[in-house]
Design a protein around this ligand. Structure first.
Ligand SMILES: [Zn+2]
Ligand SMILES: [Zn+2]
Length: 72
């Protein structure tokens, strides 16, 4: 029936990329930008856990724009 619309980037539906919110690749929590660190951090990490209570090793780490924790 309907011919599939030609999609140049294959990204339909989500606008949460390209300057939008960054989420952690490990637990999916939203990260906050830390301009002075040139990266993204979990909200209020506490004792290795993030604000939502996920016990992830990256809770205190800086993340890149794709949500991947950077090793120090
Ligand atoms: Zn993380
Ligand atoms: Zn989390």
């Amino acid at each position: 029936m309907a011919f599939p619309a030609y999609n140049t980037n294959g990204n339909s539906g989500s606008a949460e990329t390209a300057g939008g919110p960054v989420t952690c690749s490990a637990c999916g929590c939203r990260l906050q930008h830390a301009a002075d660190l040139n990266g993204w951090l979990h909200f209020s990490p506490m004792a290795g856990r993030d604000a939502r209570g996920c016990s992830v090793s990256c809770a205190d780490e800086v993340h890149d724009a794709r949500g991947h924790a950077l090793s120090r």
